[in-house]
Write a protein that binds this ligand. Structure first.
Ligand code: MG
Length: 403
């Protein structure tokens, strides 16, 4: 065969293969056309298919993002007690990013013990200039810029990240869980927290919660741990997780208490010691019959790397790590090194809770009850049905504004 003939033949074979890969009934590699009827039918089919294809979103020329925010005090339905303090409201800042007629929502919640304030959040947000970005799909580039503006300010950064992702999902007209390939049937039960109180009040709160939730969380780390857990256990058989909020001091006593908690049907322990006591925590994790999860010890990915080996799992919260992008990185790292993953929240509206819930498919524990603790939630989002986190089909974070 002449070289020229060989090249002709090879080109014909390649064209035939490409047509087959696209599912087309091609005209073959021989250069002969099909009959006119067949070609016309194929063209009609292609046109019909194209008409059914959703068109990729195109922003209006010159569209720019606009960030705005307003302080919003979250009112707690019941005074909330944890090791060290009790409170009746939580400061919060609600954030919006508007772009081309769409609005993405986010929020920064600031439990007082973390040191952030409404003023610090607003001061950070006033530094953020999103007007220079014309493409809201470049979430990584935009959040790199936002994260570069300061070292801390995780709640404010989380608020921008959330609003950006809500917008992102709305522009694509899909919920984030679907964009990220999550199975909505694999979402976990959320625990519901029974705050520290007298045994009588804790029993009442447990009976009230036991009909709606399938996992209960009890705050321990006080001299009354056994009374608190016994009060809850006396009125329910549901599994219990406990959170010591850094409240235990002696590691041997902690180990004895964990064995007792196991006998009470407790299934997990969160943050036994102060956040920097990693060696004591590693000692405890090695001996504990229950998994030990980090909360206060891990704010971000660097903390998580430092805690590898000391804890069995990590409680990731958007307000600690600075948003969904960071949370996804932490989840990937935790899974890669064999740590369990829990998603938690602060006292938040359905905005923050629904954002975290987008990542909840397949995780080990969820503590996403923050929106259920407040009386002035401006949003409806993911729901808890029969104790389980239930994702919806609304785009972005899945939010609608309450009338
Ligand atoms: Mg905790």
């Amino acid at each position: 065969m002449e070289r020229r003939d060989f090249l002709k033949g090879a080109a014909a074979v390649a064209a035939g293969a490409a047509a087959a890969a696209c599912g087309m009934k091609g005209s073959g590699g021989g250069g002969e056309g099909g009959n006119a009827d067949t070609l016309s039918a194929e063209r009609n089919l292609a046109a019909e298919r194209e008409a059914r294809m959703p068109k990729a979103y195109q922003a209006a020329p010159g569209a720019r993002m606009k960030l705005s925010w307003k302080p919003y005090e979250l009112q707690l339905s019941h005074p909330f007690g944890v090791s060290g303090n009790t409170r009746t409201s939580t400061p919060d800042v609600q954030v919006k990013i508007e772009f081309d007629g769409f609005t993405g929502y986010g929020e920064a919640s600031m439990p007082p013990y973390l040191g952030h304030t409404t003023e610090s959040v607003c001061a950070f947000l006033s530094k953020v200039r999103l007007g220079g970005f014309s493409d809201p799909f470049r979430t990584e580039e935009i959040m790199d810029y936002v994260n570069s503006l300061s070292k801390g300010d995780a709640p404010a950064k989380a608020a921008v990240d959330m609003a950006l992702h809500d917008l992102f999902g709305k522009l694509l007209c899909q919920p984030l869980w679907r964009i990220w390939g999550q199975n909505p049937d694999n979402t976990p039960d959320t625990s519901y927290t029974i705050g520290i109180d007298t045994p009588e009040v804790m029993r009442e709160k447990t009976v009230e919660a036991a009909g709606r939730f399938r996992v209960l969380k009890v705050k321990v780390g006080t001299p009354n741990d056994k009374a608190s857990v016994s009060a809850v256990r006396s009125v329910t058989d549901l599994p219990i997780v406990v959170d010591a909020n850094q409240g235990w001091t002696d590691r041997m006593e902690a180990l004895y208490e964990i064995y007792w908690l196991q006998e009470q049907g407790v299934v997990m322990v969160e943050q036994p010691f102060t956040k920097d006591r990693l060696e004591d925590t590693a000692w405890l994790s090695e001996r504990s019959p229950l998994p030990i999860f980090a909360d206060e010890s891990v704010q971000d990915l660097d903390d998580l790397k430092a805690c590898r080996g000391a804890f069995d799992g990590v409680n990731i919260k958007l307000m600690k790590c600075g948003g969904l992008l960071k949370a996804r990185q932490m989840m990937s790292y935790a899974r890669a090194v064999g740590m369990k993953v829990m998603l938690g929240c602060m006292t938040e509206t359905s905005c923050g809770v629904s954002a975290a819930a987008q990542l909840s498919s397949g995780i080990d524990f969820a503590d996403l009850d923050g929106n259920l603790l407040i009386s002035n939630d401006p949003f409806e989002g993911v729901l808890v049905q029969d104790g389980r986190i239930t994702l919806n089909n609304l785009p972005g974070l899945g939010l609608s504004i309450k009338k």
